[in-house]
Write a new protein. Structure first.
Length: 478
């Protein structure tokens, strides 16, 4: 049963609190010349929907908000205003909103002052709930903590000792695209030519991952089979995010595409690509005379960018890859079960409350996942901690209410419009489950972390606006 409502007065210097809030807001705010650096690189891409049911059409809405993000000046002015978020006011505001029937019959909530880490409001805050895609916040914080924001995921090509076979080795990068695959083939062809090799067989190695490749939900347009080697997330169309038809053999398709590109680069390919283990890596991978040295290598964008993409677009394939990278860093099998253990251990090492938590997957598609509202706000607070800059992408990747990612089409009707541009949050949607967790800048410049989880909901069309109203109400606090 959810615990009784609890709230407590924030203790500490208001001046110090505002200073800390200003620092955290600066790190997490919805501005960077109007748009985050990582988003600029993808500004021309179509807005994704991602997640389990984020692609469901929304009912007709009112006039759309203007496209540009809010200017920093209008938001930062609030930081000069004295005052703090008051627990009594929060209870008065949130209790009626949480009672909205649209939020179903299971509801939990947590609101925390980021500057102090104090809980200002709680409703069943420690009760584990099905989080849907808000679990991606946990996945993101775990991988950033385990590997750091600069880590990149490699894909390599190695040759057999006799030089007659080249093996494409998957490192777990679902963002590998055709441009990078071509560069990998071109580099391999040049290296083979330098060795006097003109014809090879192609193999591919996916042994980095263990356990079942298929997510327990089965074949689904929201996720491809989870493989250490895949091209464009196994998509069979030109989309870059959101639901799409998926290949049933991402590794085989990637190897076939590589073989074709290798042939075009001047190396004759004999036979059909087949699965195999790559030759054992040499002690000195840069030794040109070692036949097992990589012929070519490509790397993903840094984890900071991958995490932002995962959160902004609710990218399920990338979330599962990040969970497995955490497993590898924690010396666990790169599988669903191994990732569960690794993510939980990484978060516990950060001092977060993981009792009752379960990470059955990294994406939130599984109904067996469990996270409490308190754990979600704890994750967000850790990510805003000035002493933990490596975790910051878990905040900067959150969609901006009314402007980007899975929140672009929300916060467009009053009173939720009060949160447009001020709320940054990760959405979560499964049939009967609707969640929202993120940060919001209040009227007096406080940065609050919040998590609202609703279960047994009857319609996302009513539950999502109810969640938006809850987070928007926080923006008016002061």
């Amino acid at each position: 049963m959810p615990e009784p409502r609890t709230w407590q007065v924030t203790v500490g210097s208001a001046v110090l609190g505002l200073a800390l809030a200003a620092g955290a807001v600066s790190a997490a705010g919805p501005w960077d010349n109007g748009q985050r650096k990582a988003e600029r690189a993808r500004a021309a891409a179509t807005t994704p929907t991602g997640g389990a049911h984020h692609a469901e059409p929304r009912p007709p809405a009112g006039p759309q908000l203007p496209a540009p993000a809010p200017s920093a000046a209008g938001v930062l002015r609030a930081l000069d205003a004295p005052g703090t978020a008051r627990p009594g006011d929060l209870a008065t505001t949130l209790v009626p909103l949480l009672a909205d029937p649209a939020l179903g019959t299971l509801r939990t909530a947590s609101v925390v002052d980021v500057a102090t880490g104090k809980q200002l409001y709680g409703e069943g805050a420690t009760t584990p709930m099905t989080p849907a895609s808000t679990i991606k916040i946990a996945t993101s914080v775990a991988v950033l903590s385990a590997l750091g924001p600069d880590h990149r995921i490699p894909t390599t090509v190695v040759a057999s000792p006799d030089g007659r076979t080249v093996t494409l080795v998957g490192g777990g990068d679902p963002t590998l695209d055709r441009t990078r695959l071509k560069a990998l083939a071109d580099g391999s062809a040049r290296a083979l030519k330098d060795r006097g090799v003109t014809a090879v067989r192609v193999a591919y190695d996916t042994s980095l991952y263990q356990g079942p490749a298929r997510h327990p939900i089965g074949p689904n347009d929201n996720i491809a089979p989870v493989s250490a080697l895949m091209l464009d997330e196994g998509r069979l169309d030109d989309s870059h995010s959101g639901p799409a038809p998926r290949t049933t053999d991402p590794a085989g398709d990637t190897a076939t595409a590589f073989a074709e590109l290798l042939g075009k680069a001047g190396t004759k390919v004999q036979g059909t690509p087949a699965p195999a283990r790559a030759p054992k890596a040499p002690k000195n991978p840069k030794a040109a005379e070692d036949p097992a040295a990589p012929l070519a290598r490509t790397e993903s964008a840094p984890l900071s960018s991958l995490v932002e993409r995962t959160l902004t677009h609710s990218d399920n394939d990338l979330a599962e890859a990040l969970a497995r990278q955490t497993a590898l860093a924690r010396k666990q099998p790169a599988s669903f079960a191994g990732a569960d253990k690794a993510v939980r251990a990484e978060l516990a090492a950060l001092g977060l409350p993981t009792t009752g938590a379960r990470f059955a997957d990294g994406s939130g598609l599984s109904r067996d996942d469990r996270i409490s509202a308190a754990l979600l706000t704890g994750l967000l607070t850790r990510a805003a901690d000035p002493t933990r800059p490596a975790l910051r992408p878990a905040l900067t990747g959150l969609p901006v209410g009314g402007f980007s990612g899975t929140l672009e089409g929300r916060f467009d009707t009053a009173p939720a419009t009060d949160g447009a541009g001020l709320v940054r949050a990760k959405t979560g949607t499964l049939t009967g489950v609707n969640t929202l967790a993120g940060t919001v800048v209040t009227a007096d410049g406080r940065l609050l972390a919040f998590a609202f989880l609703a279960g047994r909901t009857t319609s996302p069309y009513t539950a999502q606006p109810a969640l938006d109203r809850l987070s928007a109400a926080l923006a008016s606090q002061g």
